[in-house]
Ligand binder design. Structure first.
Ligand SMILES: Nc1ncnc2c1ncn2[C@@H]1O[C@H](COP(=O)(O)OP(=O)(O)OP(=O)(O)O)[C@@H](O)[C@H]1O
Ligand SMILES: [Mg+2]
Length: 294
C-alpha cells in the first residue's frame, strides 16, 4: 500500500518536499483496510507538508519489530508481540509538548481556519481499530516522527470483509448509484472503494468525457462526485452537462482548493456540496448523504 500511494503522496506534499520511501522487503503482513491505511498516509503527508512551508523531506519507512513485555507494560493498551512499524518522518517545524498532548483531540488545530483538526483523530481511530498503536516524537524546530505499529499476522489476510465493515459501523451508508470522476488514479481507486464499501453502486471515470459517454450510453447516476480541476473540462462544466442529460442528479465536488477560494472565484454552482482534499472517508460519505438528502 505504501509503495502504491507513492504518487499520491508526492502530489499531496508538492514539489518542494522530497519524498523517500524505505520499505523493508520482509516487513511482514498486516490485516488492515487498504483504503484506511491510505488515509493514514495521506493525513500524515498533508500535516508534514503544512509543517514544511519552505520545503524539506518526508521519509516513510516500514520495518518488522517485536514489542516486548517491558514496552507493553510502559504503554497502556499495547500487547507484546510482532508488529509492522510504519514511520512517517518530516523535517518541519515540529511540535511542543503541549501540542503533542492535544493532537488527537477532535478539532484541535493550530492552523486556524485552514485546519479542521480531524486529521490525527482519524489516524488514531484507524490505528486503534486495526489493533495498532501510535507514537509521536517531535520537538519544536526539529521535525516530527509518527510511528505506527500494526499487529503482524502470520496467515495471509482473509479475503472476507468482516473486519472492514465492523470498523465502519458508524458510516453514512447508501445504495444510490454514483458516478465518480477523478483523474488521479490512486485517489479514484481509493474513493471508489470507500463508496462501494458504504453500499453505493459506483461507476468510476478518469475524465469528464468518459463520464459523459457513460451517461449518454444510458447510465443514470443519482449522484455525480467529481473533482473540480481536471485537464480538459472543469467540474462545474461537467455538472452542467450531466444535468442536461439527467436533471435530477445531485452533485458533490472534491478539490484540493478550499471551498472559500472556489466560491470566491465563482467556480462552483450555488448550493453544491463541496469536500476538500485530502478528505477522510467519513467526511466524504457525510457530504454524499447531505447532497442526496437536500
Ligand atoms: N507533522 C507535523 N508537524 C508539526 N505539527 C503537526 C504535524 N502533524 C500535526 N501537527 C499539529 O497537530 C495539529 C492537529 O493535526 P490534525 O491533522 O489533527 O489537524 P490539522 O492538520 O490542523 O487539520 P486537518 O488535518 O483536519 O486539515 C496540527 O494543527 C498541528 O499543530
Ligand atoms: Mg492534518
Amino acid at each position: 500500500v505504501v509503495a502504491e500511494v507513492d504518487e499520491m503522496l508526492r502530489r499531496v506534499i508538492g514539489e518542494d518536499v522530497q519524498l523517500t520511501l524505505t520499505l523493508a522487503a520482509d516487513a511482514g503482513k498486516v490485516r488492515v483496510d487498504a483504503g484506511q491505511l491510505t488515509q493514514i498516509l495521506m493525513n500524515l503527508a498533508a500535516n508534514a507538508r503544512d509543517a514544511m512551508p519552505d520545503g524539506g523531506r518526508l521519509i516513510v519507512e516500514t520495518a518488522p519489530v517485536e514489542l516486548d513485555e517491558a514496552y507493553a507494560a510502559a504503554h497502556a493498551g499495547v500487547a507484546p508481540g510482532p508488529y509492522v512499524l510504519v514511520t512517517v518522518t518530516d523535517t518541519g517545524i515540529g511540535m511542543s509538548r503541549e501540542t503533542i498532548a492535544r493532537v488527537f483531540e477532535p478539532f484541535f488545530t493550530t492552523k486556524g481556519e485552514k485546519g479542521t483538526g480531524l486529521g490525527l483523530p482519524t489516524v488514531y481511530g484507524i490505528v486503534r481499530q486495526s489493533g495498532g498503536h501510535l507514537e509521536i516524537y517531535s520537538e519544536p524546530g526539529l521535525g516530527a516522527a509518527f510511528k505506527i505499529y500494526l499487529p503482524r499476522v502470520e496467515a495471509p489476510p482473509e479475503t472476507g470483509v468482516a473486519s472492514a465493515s465492523d470498523s465502519r459501523g458508524a458510516v453514512a451508508r447508501g445504495t444510490e448509484s454514483v458516478l465518480l470522476v477523478e483523474d488521479d488514479l490512486a485517489l479514484r481507486e481509493m474513493t471508489s472503494e470507500v463508496l462501494q464499501d458504504a453500499g453505493y453502486a459506483v461507476t468510476a471515470a478518469a475524465t469528464p468525457d468518459e463520464a459523459l459517454a457513460a451517461v449518454a450510453r444510458g447510465l443514470a447516476p443519482d449522484l455525480l462526485v467529481t473533482d473540480v480541476v481536471m485537464p480538459g473540462m472543469k467540474g462545474p462544466e461537467l455538472a452542467r452537462r450531466i444535468h442536461a442529460l439527467r436533471p435530477g442528479a445531485r452533485i458533490v465536488f472534491m478539490s484540493g482548493y478550499t471551498a472559500g477560494t472556489m466560491l470566491d472565484r465563482g467556480m462552483l454552482p450555488e448550493g453544491s456540496v463541496f469536500v476538500e482534499k485530502p478528505f477522510t472517508s467519513e467526511r466524504l460519505l457525510r457530504a454524499i448523504r447531505k447532497a442526496l438528502e437536500e
